[in-house]
Design a protein around this ligand. Structure first.
Ligand code: PNS
Length: 161
């Protein structure tokens, strides 16, 4: 069974990797899909976000998960790839309303593709790309929460100003 793990990944965090590892145990084939135009203006370009996902996967020794970018509707990307499921991570209850809305809309657009949720490990339940960027922007230590390549990329980005 093939599944798609979509997101903004601006940037990828250890919380995303945790969800990805769980989904990989359940699905035979998993593809990460980086949305080109996320809802919020991204810090990293789509190409940078994709490269950081690829490098992070290499860091944790995962070699069988391809990374693509997409624009337009997520469900159209899922259909093109012929997946049976869209994977999303759930942290706290605060994620639920948006995820529920999106899952039901995606089901309306294509009833054959299921959205499947994985709970993150407790230690990542408060973690988000936004909070990582905020902490790093002001010089805080995020090494526990992101792969090394992401930490370096954030340093470079904030040095650029
Ligand atoms: O990591 P995010 O920002 O929570 O990811 C949300 C994402 C990228 C999966 C979603 O915003 C997306 O795919 N956008 C493309 C447009 C779309 O299909 N929106 C959902 C309609 S139900």
């Amino acid at each position: 069974m093939k599944a798609l793990y979509p997101g903004s990944f601006d940037p990828i965090t250890n919380g995303h990797l945790d969800v990805l590892k769980r989904a990989r145990k359940v699905f035979d084939q998993l593809t990460v899909a980086v949305v080109e135009n996320p809802r919020k203006a991204p810090l990293f370009s789509a190409a940078e976000r994709r490269r950081l996902v690829e490098e992070s996967l290499r860091e944790v020794g995962i070699e069988d998960v391809p990374v693509i970018t997409y624009s337009g509707l997520l469900i159209d990307c899922a259909k093109r790839l012929g997946v049976v499921a869209i994977v999303r991570g759930l942290r706290a209850t605060s994620d639920f309303d948006y995820e529920f809305q999106m899952a039901l809309m995606n089901r309306d657009l294509d009833a054959d593709i299921e959205t499947v949720f994985f709970m993150t490990a407790g230690e990542y339940s408060f973690l988000s790309s936004s909070i990582v960027k905020e902490v790093k922007r002001y010089g805080g230590d995020v090494s526990k929460f992101v792969p090394r390549c992401v930490e370096r990329a954030l340093e470079e980005k904030f040095k650029e100003g």
